[in-house]
Ligand binder design. Sequence first.
Ligand code: NI
Length: 241
Amino acid sequence: SWPEVERYLENSVGVIVPIGATEQHGPSGVIGTDAICAETLAWRTGELTGAAVGPTLTVGMSENHMAFPGSITLRPSTLVAVVRDVVLSLARHGFRRVFVVNGHGGNTASLDAAIFEVYTDAPRIITGGEELRCLAVQWWDMPSALRLSAELFGDRDGDHATASEVSVASAAWPDHIKEIAIDTEVAPTSRLFGPVDFRRRYPDGRMGSHPQLASAEAGERIIDAVAEDLARAYREFVDEP
Ligand code: NI
């Protein structure tokens, strides 16, 4: 409720914002995988730190996936505007440390741009209080995510519809696991030139990944460990002088 947010702001100016995507995740991954992963990890990080967690931004920049039905994309400039407006809205209420947990690689360039849009606009919009700072982190780059990817899946985790992300989504939504036969052959990751090229190179939507290795049990391990990393990163961010 808003009174709870008002009370929270008396003691903290930090907030976590999960952002994902709505795009195909191979033959077995749910379309919401990136949003589910970001939200699940953000909520767990909020439990570990006591941080407020903002709304999950569930649609991202997914142009490369638009040749697969069900995918939805914002153009990069739209995503920049959405993230800028969300962050500046939070800042107008007094939030000054915005920690973005990103679940989709296609968002990273727009997130970087959005943060600089925020820094450009902030002096005009925000009066008083500490300076506004934003930090976007990719959950799959956290040390525990890299360690568990190697330990659980070796060199078969891949780059899209990864066993790691399908595992996290399976742990979060166990009633939605798709049992489906998946070809053990998959093309290695290459350069890409848009959605038609993507589907031609990766007909079932995977990039170098073997999501048949995914399990809810693996997902629980990844969530537990990566949320600890994210909690540490969040605390460092809000405490940084
Ligand atoms: Ni993904």
